[in-house]
Ligand binder design. Sequence first.
Ligand code: 3VV
Ligand code: FAD
Length: 662
Amino acid sequence: MLNKSIMDGDNPDLTEERMKGAFDTDKMAAVIYGSEKFAIRRREITESISRIPQLADSKPFSFMTREEKISESCRKLSVLSEHWNQLIDTNNEEEALHLYREVLGLEGHAFSLHETMFIPSLVAQANDEQQEKWLGRAKRREIIGCYAQTEMGHGTNLRALETTATYYPSTQEFILHTPTETALKWWPGALGKSSNYAVVVADLVIRDTHYGAHPFMVQLRDEKTHNPLPGITVGDIGPKMAFNGADNGFLGFNQYKLPRDHMLMRHSRVEENGTYTKPPHAKIGYSSMVKVRSRMAMDQGLFMVSALVIAVRYSAVRRQGFLDDKSREVKVLDYQTQQHRLFPSIARAYAFIFCGFETIQLYDQLLIDVKNGDTSGMSDLHALTSGLKSVVTHQTGEGIEQARMACGGHGYSMASYISEIYGVAIGGCTYEGENMVMLLQLARYLVKSVELVKTGKSKELGPMMNYLAEPDTQIDLTSGPEAYVKVFQHAARRQVWKATDKFHQLMESGQSRDIAWNNSAVELTRASRLHTRLYIMETFIRRVSSISDVSIKKVLIDLVNVHVNYEVLDIGTYALEHVSSTQLDSIRSQLYSSLDTLRPNAVSLIDSFQISDMQLRSVLGRRDGHVYTNLFEWAKASPLNQTHVLPSVNQYLKPMMDKAKL
Ligand SMILES: CCCCCCCC/C=C\CCCCCCCC(=O)SCCNC(=O)CCNC(=O)[C@H](O)C(C)(C)COP(=O)(O)OP(=O)(O)OC[C@H]1O[C@@H](n2cnc3c(N)ncnc32)[C@H](O)[C@@H]1OP(=O)(O)O
Ligand SMILES: Cc1cc2nc3c(=O)[nH]c(=O)nc-3n(C[C@H](O)[C@H](O)[C@H](O)COP(=O)(O)OP(=O)(O)OC[C@H]3O[C@@H](n4cnc5c(N)ncnc54)[C@H](O)[C@@H]3O)c2cc1C
């Protein structure tokens, strides 16, 4: 059996799809998750969880209030605390994240930021003594932490953060203070009610000199009572578009005293007498953000996949309308428009995940390099992850919304759960740096690269930048995916140069650097997107060419074909300068035939992610495909259906109707 999810009693339409799959889904899972070992561990963890009934959802998330969601996740966390070591290797971040996704889902919980930013901040920013003091406690979950940086008035512009940490040599203490309402920390996940500690980012002040944003380890709540400590105002910021299982919070300090050794001092230091030592790289304090950004291609890829699992499975059992055979309605997955709506997103999701593996490894390597005093890789990774987080979150949002529409009316129901996946995923367009702002960060790097080429210093170009120095060449589109990479290189190069030239010309015409930058900004963000999409395409092709298993490689090449054709058409206005409209027509035909080629493997390609029903939390997307029965059962469980007549009917509607009868 090639598709390992086939089971007796499943919807026959789905079983038929699974029988058609031309490759082994376990082998594909090993490619997706980077190794056979981890793919197996994922399945084992899922299996072990299913044997602990208290870890199951007590009712569907969509029927829970915010308070119930928060209480439910805390309940499960306390059950989990009895089972950590038996369920996962607690030193393995990927295993931990898989466990969280399965048991707690994606709506957030008390530890949302503990693993993602609090511990990584301690790992990257605390010195050895500080790690000795706090890291073990954090890892054992004796304390719960978060990352409190954004303020009500400032998120993007870190240099304008208003919270101050003023050092007084006489007492060897910092005083943390919130001078204005806009200086309140606002947004940090799990800050409001759950965390008792936080890494707080504040402007370091010593003898009236402002040294800018620095991280501090701050206790917020009493470890016995969990009450806020004196001098601390903390609470929840209220419901959000999604992610409502998390208590994103506010935080204010009223002259709050903090011992000197609570500033995280791996890279910058304040001595007892107030002498300040600056870090080896000005932006080293931003590392926790780079860490999360480096994970985002992977995490967003998985969000997109979740929506696609639902939409593709549903499209294989939803029958509506006729094609050739007028005796039986067709699966909507057979419509070309449906395939065009879904398959390019499947390709992107695979591509994002492959990119994600690379950037996670690059961050881990950077951490080692920085520990050894080498900060030279920071700018490259910052530029890469800035562009990648922006493109990936935007395209993921688009892909999930298409998946929702591909499910017709039922996609709009919370039974599909797609609206929640969408709401959580698009948070990523904003958090860890607003997308436009991050595209402009990458643009700085691109402009500098062009300046290197212009001044004859092409040898100093960073990784991935050599194409900026190459001349345009003839493109032979029949030569395979590499030709499409060339189209992207041409388009990206032209746009990067064009935007840079514009910026330079505006400065030459007398505009200041900042004004010229702003007047070129839209063109600069376009350059960053093209550059990033080129990187995604190259990574995808590179990864697929490295695969040795023939049947896996074959289907992934089909997927690459969908990707490259779709992507080139999607940047048609830029590509037109390098390929003729006749060539674009032929790319269009190839795209349609590549959709056809992929069709028989569509269900197996999304089954291969092995996202359990528990993790998916979608009635519409369940593995068994019994959509209609499941949907009806779910609706019957709605709290509104627990009585025939609602109290509000008796209280308001009936008297109103009765009165109208008089
Ligand atoms: C446990 C379960 C987990 C499950 C996981 C899966 C599911 C996840 C789902 C749900 C979890 C939810 C998780 C939510 C998490 C959210 C957390 C947050 O949001 S924390 C707040 C983030 N805040 C920002 O990101 C602010 C953005 N702003 C900035 O980063 C900076 O202000 C920036 C970069 C925009 C400007 O910084 P400047 O003003 O200091 O710097 P300039 O003047 O622009 O640049 C100076 C030089 O510094 C370089 N630079 C800037 N940042 C750098 C860096 N990080 N590394 C290296 N160089 C950097 C630049 O490239 C530039 O270089 P040249 O001058 O061009 O050479
Ligand atoms: C779900 C979620 C979770 C979060 N979790 C955390 C957390 O755990 N910890 C934490 O500290 N923060 C957290 N945040 C806050 C988040 O990091 C910020 O909201 C984010 O960095 C964006 O900053 P901002 O809100 O100041 O947006 P703004 O910068 O005010 O953006 C508003 C508009 O201004 C534009 N803009 C701003 N500056 C520029 C510029 N220089 N050039 C061009 N355009 C510009 C933007 O592009 C955008 O269109 C979270 C946010 C969300 C939504």
